[in-house]
Design a protein around this ligand. Structure first.
Ligand code: GDP
Ligand code: IMO
Ligand code: MG
Length: 425
């Protein structure tokens, strides 16, 4: 398979983990390029159910090498726990998983700062973060006060961490947040650093060499386009580049080595956390989607907000990411709806908008303009060939692709590997 970037096209949780697992068997290396353990990527294989937060979903295959790229923020103690879980499931991890020596490290003070900042924000301004310390860790990266995986292995590390802890406690105290026991954190994180040693590597050189030798790479995006720090519904976003461009800066692989982009998109829309969501449903239809789709956060367990498909979002994601193929998921969740609504544009103060506005103040006031299409009212989960889908289900999918631009590559009709219809990919 050519070198492929896989991104989420909406607000995350599109089913990226499942599609990565499906495609990973066709590449040599799977690379996560941004985010941290705010992500929760679910993979269901037979009766087994895995949720990966930091380790690329390719680890559940047998032969692929997995890389945690320089663009991530890594909580090392969460990573070590996740490694233990994957090993307990019988998968080999050592020698197959590498963490970039340039990836930034999430320390307990980042989580404490995340909580303190959210607590200080007024209702309506809270972001509803996952509380994993993601924003504060990326802030330190950009302010140039972060510590990176490679630093954990140097003799300067204890003194560097000590000085960061002193500073973080001053900030936490000033914010009214919970301060940390400096000695205890230092002792814990010196031990954690030693346990990270076997995984830390110059992954930039490793990937450069591998690609030169003809090995193929699948880039696993986390979060989604609408949560991207530049292109999402700022400030209700995450702190990293979740769009396709992030694959280059988050891995060190140059753009001309990337052959194509797969956009993962749900057949409806969900969002977890705060922020505008024009097609959100507050009625029985929304409840039905949440129940049928099991729409509860894979990381925090929070109920996900549900709504109709938003083609303005889809078109915007197609443009920013350069989506070549769509992997559309969770079509089966819509099996019982008699009528499906598709948002084709927004109405803002009497004006029709067909492009995503930059300002959340505008987006919050946008009303969706819907086209109604008939549902198929038949189960689809057992279907294995695209041609065997009900004609109305095919029309729905083809209508969405036509609105967004880009070809259908994969259609998913259930959480398991086998509920996957390969169309053009
Ligand atoms: P990710 O963060 O993009 O990897 O997505 P999550 O794992 O957070 O959420 C997707 C959820 O939908 C998981 O529970 C998956 O097992 C499930 N899922 C994925 N594809 C399908 C599908 O086609 N149909 C159904 N019913 N569930 C799916
Ligand atoms: P995956 O990879 C859905 C959301 C949070 C919050 C905002 C900022 O599983 O699709 P953060 O903790 O990143 O500072 O929170 O982003 N968020 C996600 N929503 N899926 C995710 O990841 C998310 N990661 C972060 O809910 O609104
Ligand atoms: Mg998720």
């Amino acid at each position: 398979m050519p070198n492929t970037v896989l991104i989420g096209a909406q607000w995350g949780d599109e089913g990226k983990g499942k599609i990565i697992d499906v495609l990973a068997g066709q590449v040599d290396i799977v690379v996560r390029y941004q985010g941290g353990n705010n992500a929760g990527h679910t993979v269901k294989i037979g009766d087994e159910h895995y949720v990966l937060h930091l380790i690329p979903s390719g680890i559940l295959r047998d032969d692929q090498v997995c890389v945690i790229g320089n663009g991530l923020v890594v909580n090392p103690s969460a990573l070590l726990d996740e490694i233990a879980e994957v090993e307990a499931a019988g998968k080999k991890v050592q020698g197959r998983l590498f963490v970039s020596d340039r990836a930034h490290i999430v320390f307990p003070y980042h989580r404490a700062l995340d909580a303190a900042r959210e607590a200080l924000l007024a209702e309506g301004s809270k972001i509803g973060t996952t509380g994993r310390g993601i924003g504060p860790c990326y802030s330190d990266k950009v302010t140039r006060t972060g510590l990176r995986a490679g630093d954990l292995l140097t003799s300067d590390y204890p003194a560097l961490l000590q000085s960061r802890l002193v500073e973080a406690n001053k900030v936490l105290a000033a914010m009214g947040g919970e301060t940390l026991d400096e000695k205890a954190v230092l002792a814990d994180y010196l031990a954690v650093a030693e346990r990270m040693r076997p995984y830390i590597k110059d992954t930039v050189t490793y990937l450069g060499d591998a690609i030169r030798q003809g090995q193929t790479v699948l880039f696993e995006g986390a979060q989604g386009t609408m949560l991207d720090i530049d292109f999402g519904t700022y400030p209700f976003v995450t702190s990293s580049s979740a769009t396709a461009g992030g694959a280059c800066t988050g891995s060190g692989v140059p753009p001309h080595k990337i052959d194509r982009v797969v956009g993962v998109i749900k057949a409806y829309t969900t969002r977890v956390g705060e922020g505008p969501f024009p097609t959100e449903l507050f009625d029985a239809d929304g409840e039905r989607m949440r129940d049928a789709g099991g729409e509860y956060g894979a990381t925090t367990g929070r109920p996900r907000r549900c709504g109709w498909f938003d083609a303005v979002v889809g078109r915007y994601a197609a443009m920013i990411n350069g989506v070549d193929f769509w992997a559309m998921t969770k079509l089966d969740v819509l099996d019982t709806f008699e009528t499906l609504r598709v948002c084709t544009a927004y109405e803002y103060e009497g004006e029709r908008l067909t492009e995503m506005p930059a300002s959340v103040n505008i987006l919050e006031k946008c009303k969706p303009v819907y086209t109604d299409v008939p549902g198929w009212c038949e189960p689809t989960s057992h279907i294995t060939r695209y041609e065997d889908l009900p004609a109305r289900a095919r029309s729905y999918v083809e209508y969405l692709c036509e609105l967004m631009g880009g070809q259908l590559g994969i259609l998913s009709v259930g959480p398991k590997r086998e509920s996957t219809l390969r169309v053009g990919l």
